[in-house]
Design a protein around this ligand. Structure first.
Ligand SMILES: [Zn+2]
Ligand SMILES: [Zn+2]
Length: 310
């Protein structure tokens, strides 16, 4: 079969590789659509210590079950599934409450084992979640990224909140949708890329270019600041922008992978009594809720994907 193999920073090659085999308790997923995550891009561009070549990336995949290993219901053959890519131990304290993103033995498909940038790949049967029949492939493939947004907004957004989203790439745009699903009153989004900003507008937000963002947040909140800031960019400049834009007592969520370290103005953190919370991936509950939201028509399919054949 063909697979897109990562060979080192900025080197990826379409190669012929052996077909995967479903081991005990596993299934082989025949990939139909795989989306590219920002973390895949990050791994491709820089020498990420967590993505060791040779590696087949990809953890946002919809496909059909093409083979089942021993112990897996053969009735599942042909079933349409979405990949739930965090593989966790299932027994630790974090796993017992569904917080599988915090499992210390957690592995990620497409990082710690071969993933969806291939015609086929093998995973534990529990990582292949059935997709409701009414949900098209190109929407179902957004289950994992929307779960990331659900993980933030479920904790962050309360009814009537003004939310300031920094960065309107796919995750930022999903944050906009998810904030409204959690009954935000107003969402203001900023990005330096006008096309990305336009897409966030289509999700119902108000979009403002980088330089005017703070002014828009101030104007929308009588000078008070946003209740919630979601930083989907993650650079020193956006950390600073978030701190300027958040209201006293407000909440900043960091999800962007822009820069690993830099300067943060902690006098403003103290003075505003701001809370800064990190967010990584999603829990069992977020993933289930994301699939449920999509099945309920939470997103229109247009504009989320650019198609590239393998
Ligand atoms: Zn991802
Ligand atoms: Zn665990």
């Amino acid at each position: 079969m063909r697979a897109l193999v990562y060979l080192g920073p900025r080197r990826m090659e379409l190669q012929d590789v052996p077909d995967p085999v479903a081991g005990p308790g596993e299934v082989v997923i025949d990939a139909v659509v795989s989306a590219i995550c920002g973390s895949d891009l990050h791994g491709f561009r820089e020498a990420s210590p967590r993505r060791v070549p040779p590696l087949v990336m990809g953890h946002e995949t919809v496909g059909r079950i093409g083979a089942v290993g021993t112990g897996v219901d053969p009735e599942r053959l042909g079933q349409r599934v979405v990949l739930k890519p965090i593989l966790s131990c299932g027994t630790c304290e974090a796993c017992r409450t569904g917080d599988i993103n915090r499992c210390r033995e957690g592995r990620l498909v497409g990082r710690d084992l071969a993933g969806g940038f291939a015609e086929r790949f093998a995973v534990p049967a529990t990582a292949a979640v059935p997709v409701p029949s009414e949900l098209p492939d190109e929407v179902a493939v957004l289950t994992e990224p929307l779960a990331n947004a659900e993980h933030v907004t479920e904790r962050a957004v309360r009814e009537g909140d003004v939310v300031f989203v920094i960065g309107s790439g796919p995750i930022g745009a999903l944050m906009v949708r998810a904030a409204f699903l959690h009954r935000a009153r107003q969402v203001i989004v900023t990005d330096t890329n006008p096309e990305r900003l336009a897409f966030a507008l289509a999700q119902g937000a108000e979009g403002v270019p980088g330089d005017d963002a703070l002014e828009a947040v101030t104007a929308a909140t009588d000078g008070w600041g946003a209740d919630v800031v979601i930083d989907a960019a993650g650079f020193e400049t956006t950390w600073a922008l978030g701190l300027q834009g958040v209201r006293p007592g407000g909440h900043i969520f960091e999800i962007g992978l822009g820069a690993p370290r830099g300067t943060v103005d902690f006098f403003t953190v103290l003075g505003k009594e701001a809370t800064i919370t990190g967010s990584y991936a999603w829990s069992d509950q977020d993933f289930a809720r994301s699939l449920e939201l999509l099945a309920g028509g939470a997103l229109t399919p247009d504009g989320w994907l650019t198609r590239v054949p393998l």
